[in-house]
Ligand binder design. Structure first.
Ligand code: AP5
Length: 230
């Protein structure tokens, strides 16, 4: 495994969007906890049935279950050029679970990048988001429109509002996130792994900020090139 990054930030900060670009532009493997759970729900698996009530109501899935399934996902990607974790960890308990998994393999994290955004922007991004009901691709009614309204560019599926993007559920997710975020940020701050970035502005602008950070830290050359040789 090469570079290992965690993306942190409240719902709507742009973690999934940025992770998708890092995958496309730099070849990092994007591991999204939310997308993984939604796919399990769509396929009506046992896990999907177990997490459905949490995900659709905007509550967090219990730590023990998240750590178990996500570390299993990570173990499968050990040949990846690099990893960008989106939505995991989200609590200190999960961060400790991730640490234990990495330490047992003689590995560590390179950084935890927190995307900072004002609440009004989070609400407008989430309430305007539309997702493909077939492949899960993300769009936005103002900032990331599909070529044909209501239809996914990638697979032709219908674009819908995520259940947890209804205004009432957005408010609940933001409250839950606020309660969990501070201790998690302190956890990474104490380990000198935390990087705070401005997550507002356009997609290209946010990507450029992350790219500059990666260049400054030497990750672009050292860690991603290293990963290529794994
Ligand atoms: P998850 O899917 O991870 O939801 P989230 O963290 O609430 O994050 P979002 O996906 O809503 O936002 P994002 O930051 O990825 O923003 P995005 O890039 O999509 O989790 C869903 C649920 O699963 C949780 O509520 C929980 O129940 C469960 N779960 C997941 N992980 C868990 C865990 N570790 N522990 C326990 N439970 C867990 O962007 C949002 C919109 O804005 C999009 O429309 C996008 O097009 C647009 N946009 C993004 N960036 C920009 C930009 N720079 N400019 C313009 N538009 C932008």
């Amino acid at each position: 495994m090469g570079l290992r990054l965690v993306l942190l930030g409240p719902p709507g900060a742009g973690k999934g969007t940025l992770a998708g670009i890092l995958e496309k532009e730099l070849g990092l493997s994007h591991v999204s906890t939310g997308a993984f759970f939604r796919n399990e729900i769509r396929r009506r698996t046992r896990l999907g049935k177990a997490v459905n009530r949490y995900v659709s109501s905007g509550r967090l899935v219990p730590d023990e279950l998240v750590v178990r399934v996500m570390t299993r996902q990570l173990a499968r990607r050990r040949k990846a050029k690099g990893l960008v974790l989106d939505g995991f960890p989200r609590t200190v308990g999960q961060a400790k679970g991730l640490d234990a998994f990495l330490i047992a393999r003689g590995l560590g994290l390179d950084g935890a990048v927190y995307l900072d955004c004002p609440t009004s922007l989070l609400v407008s991004r989430l309430s305007g988001r539309r997702v493909c009901n077939r492949c899960g691709s993300n769009y936005h009614i103002r900032t990331m429109r599909p070529r044909v309204a209501g239809i996914c560019d990638a697979c032709g599926g219908a674009l819908i509002l995520r259940k947890d993007d209804q205004v009432k559920t957005i408010a609940k997710r933001l409250v839950i996130d606020r309660a969990k975020a501070r201790p998690l940020l302190e956890f990474y701050q104490q380990r000198h792994l935390l990087y705070r970035l401005n997550g507002s502005g356009g997609v290209a602008q946010v990507f450029q900020r992350v790219r500059r950070l990666m260049q400054r830290e030497g990750w672009l050359h050292d860690r991603i090139e290293d990963g290529r040789r794994d």
